[in-house]
Design a protein around this ligand. Structure first.
Ligand SMILES: *Cc1c(COP(=O)(O)O)cnc(C)c1O
Length: 389
């Protein structure tokens, strides 16, 4: 089972980002973990091997990534998957028909689709609640509840869930707390410190940071739970390839350099937008006008580069989107380059219009993923784009 090296938790974050989980390669001493492009491993004799038998079960490049991200989250075990969704799907196999899950109503659209359209067919039941209010979580708990699943900040509305309160509620009811930590990354938010049991990421986003692979990763502390997820990983097989693992690992080495810049650009751009449009139109947890700014400050050490803006109509949204040059029109987020998107027709198109409207994902909402380019150039691009509204 992939467990971190014990001494990896002693170093500071920046040192862990670069070194945790990695050891010089034994043949030549290569300082970079090689991409182990192999499906199988030669065994010395029947039952005698180096701990590797078949690459669905284990791959050294993948293990280096798993150990690295586990150390960044302050957890003991990591399991990498072929996508964020593959990761969630495998985590859900920890549960069985009849189990009940309390979910944030504003979970990632793909997670809603997976639960609503597929996993409901297998006897799992879900309640969708506004996790800004811990009482709503409490009220949804039943004797069958095994998991509380939250995302904070949420996508794209940047709602914050009080992680300590959610963990306490889950634990009083003998349930686990699962946190989607994709938006904040472990650089700004470490949910284990607030009592979470499982953390997962779409590594596609900030962890990789270069928009060149798709992947997911789950981090756990509990040995038994980790053994069960390891079994699922091998049995269900949603594993990442070694090259994608290597790309994600290359990304995590600079996480501590990229995140402060995303945050700096995010703050500057959010402040500019608030000034230009009025603070009510700009949704960014780092703005004092964000209704949960104090909670965000208490459980995050920075706010990152994700900003949503309410423009009032699809026409106005489209006018701005189509005038951006440096901000590229695209789904996804967390890369070094800045992106702009229209959630209602892009990332959240799979959510029915009524539900979208109830959540507050309007036709006039746009979402910015501020990259790490020069802030002046990004602001000039927005200045030009927002000129029309
Ligand atoms: C992208 C994303 C996912 C899904 O991950 P994939 O790698 O695209 O499968 C889950 N949660 C959040 C918050 C995301 O942004």
């Amino acid at each position: 089972m992939t467990r971190i090296f014990d001494d990896d938790l002693n170093a500071a974050f920046a040192t862990r980002a670069i070194h945790a989980g990695q050891r010089p390669e034994p043949l030549a001493g290569a300082i970079m973990t090689p991409v182990y492009l192999t499906s199988t491993y030669v065994q010395e004799a029947l039952g005698v091997n180096k701990g590797y038998e078949y690459a669905r079960g284990k791959n050294p490049t993948r293990e280096a990534l798993e150990r690295n991200v586990a150390a960044l989250e302050g957890g003991r075990h990591g399991f990498a998957f072929s996508s964020g969704m593959g990761c969630v799907d495998s985590i859900m196999k920890l549960f069985k028909a009849g189990d009940h899950i309390v979910c944030g109503e504003n979970l990632y659209g793909g997670v809603f689709r997976l639960f609503d359209k597929l996993l409901g067919n297998f006897g799992l039941t879900f309640s969708w609640v506004d996790t800004r209010d811990p009482q709503r979580i409490e009220d949804a708990m039943t004797p069958a509840t095994r998991l509380v699943f939250v995302e904070t900040p949420t996508n794209p509305l940047m709602r914050i869930c009080d992680l300590r309160a959610a963990a306490d509620i889950a634990h009083v009811h003998d349930a686990l707390l699962l946190v989607d930590n994709t938006f904040a990354s472990p650089f700004f938010q470490r949910p284990f410190e607030f009592g979470a049991d499982i953390i997962y990421h779409s590594t596609t986003k900030y962890l990789n940071g270069h928009s060149d692979m798709i992947g997911g990763i789950a981090i756990l502390n509990d040995d038994d739970l980790a053994a069960r997820l390891q079994f699922i990983l091998n049995a269900a097989g949603a594993v990442p390839g070694p090259f994608d693992s290597w790309l994600a690992l290359r990304g995590t080495k600079t996480l501590h350099l990229r995140m402060p810049r995303h945050d700096e650009n995010g703050r500057q751009i959010a402040a500019w937008l608030a000034e230009r449009l009025g603070a009510e139109q700009v949704i960014y947890p780092g703005l004092p006008s964000h209704p949960q700014h104090e909670l965000a400050k208490a459980q995050m050490s920075g706010f990152g580069g994700m900003i949503s803006v309410e423009l009032g109509s699809k026409e106005r949204a489209n006018a701005v989107l189509s005038r951006c040059r440096l901000f590229s029109l695209a789904e996804s987020l967390g890369g070094v380059e800045s992106l702009i998107s229209h959630p209602a027709s892009m990332t959240h198109a799979s959510v029915e219009p009524d539900r979208r409207a109830a959540l507050g994902i309007t036709e006039g909402l746009i979402r910015l993923s501020c990259g790490v380019e020069d802030a002046g150039d990004l602001l000039a691009d927005l200045e030009h784009a927002f000129h029309v509204v």
